[in-house]
Design a protein around this ligand. Structure first.
Ligand code: SAH
Length: 345
């Protein structure tokens, strides 16, 4: 929302100081989607704000929902005409998790991911990033008004389009707003930032937001394979990533989530499990690593998801080596809102 503009208007109109907090609470915490709905402010002010201040920085073009209503995807049109997507998922009853984009498109071009296929257009502003959360808060408020328990937007993950650490300045501002007690008021531990492995970004997160969760999209534990499917590995290889993670642990002592996509015939053999186990153990702090084995969502390329059986064998192998592992069920496929399916269409 255009907070600076709102502040200016309130001052110009001689409104008392508490007015700003009152409006912020209504918008950011109560999920009000129009100034006209804020009954605690005068009619004149409501009308003025309605005319002058935009609450969302983009237009909502489409909202798709799965049949069970537990996965939703929204397509937003930004002021310059480009499009981004954001997803709302309910993995656990009464809990809603928002997956947000940090860039239009992506520079990384990982072989298996749909987002990079259309190239990179631009960074999102902090407002465009956090407004995705604001939109979903409004959506929940409008659609589940009578079921208060369903309103709880509990988590935010930076796992939509883009690489958050390649847009750090704006991502940082958005993290500040999401954790600001007068704005979104999320606890840091309810927010996760996912990266394909940019050491500099990992370091900044550790220094500036040590309580925010870090997820690493590892997917391959050999440089040969990772180079082949994740070009960023040619710039920052597994050894550099290891150093960055060691540094992260020494600064934060916090758990890190290792994301590992299960790709049939590519990274799901016993040899791959051995490579992963060896690599992760070589980082040290094994008790702080948690591996998520992720079912691949097909996106119209030649990659196939590993079978359930293969995935279980892989999990057992890692667990026998002393690692903690979860097989993540995949949500959002029905609305093409699953990880790696976001292409801004
Ligand atoms: N660039 C950041 C943020 C994007 S997160 C990162 O790489 O972490 C999106 C996650 O979905 C990443 O882990 C990505 O590797 C994964 N992903 C990409 N394509 C996928 C697909 N088709 N199915 C499941 N996950 C996919």
């Amino acid at each position: 929302m255009q907070i600076e503009k709102l502040k200016k208007i309130l001052i110009e109109n001689g409104e008392p100081k508490f007015r700003l907090s009152q409006i912020k609470k209504a918008i950011y915490q109560d999920g009000v989607s129009a100034f006209s709905e804020i009954s605690t402010i005068s009619k004149n002010l409501r009308e003025l704000l309605e005319k002058e201040v935009e609450i969302l920085s983009f237009e909502v073009e489409k909202v798709l929902a799965s049949k069970d209503g537990l996965s939703l995807k929204a397509l937003f049109k930004l002021v310059d005409g480009s499009r981004i997507e954001s997803v709302l998922l309910s993995p656990i009853e009464n809990k809603w998790s928002v997956c947000i984009s940090s860039q239009v498109g992506c520079q990384l071009n990982c072989g298996f991911c749909a987002t990079g296929k259309n190239g990179f257009q631009r960074n999102l502003t902090a407002e465009e990033i956090s407004d995705q959360v604001l939109f979903w808060r409004q959506h929940l408020q409008k659609n589940f008004k009578f079921k208060i328990s369903n309103l709880k937007l509990t988590n935010v993950v930076y796992m939509g389009m883009g690489e958050p650490f390649l847009n750090w300045d704006e991502v940082r501002k958005s993290l500040k707003d999401l954790t600001d007690k007068d704005l979104f008021a999320f606890g840091s531990r309810s927010i996760s930032v996912s990266t394909a492995g940019i050491p500099d970004g990992i370091q900044k997160l550790a220094e500036e937001f040590p309580q925010i969760n870090l997820a690493i999209s590892l997917h391959f534990a050999s440089d040969v394979k990772r180079n082949q499917f994740m070009p960023i590995n040619k710039k920052y290889n597994l050894e550099e990533l290891k150093m960055a993670l060691r540094d992260y642990f020494s600064k934060t002592k916090r758990q890190v989530f290792i994301e590992y996509l299960m790709l049939s015939g590519i990274n799901d053999s016993e040899e791959d499990a051995y490579a992963l186990s060896t690599y992760l153990k070589s980082i040290g702090n094994r008790q702080l690593l948690h591996v998520n084995l992720i079912a691949y969502n097909e996106t119209g390329n030649s990659f196939k998801a590993s079978s359930g059986n293969k995935t279980h064998l892989f999990k057992n192998y890692l667990e026998n080596g002393g690692l903690s592992v979860t097989i993540r069920k995949s949500l959002g496929q029905e609305v093409s809102g699953a990880c790696g399916q976001l292409a801004g269409k």
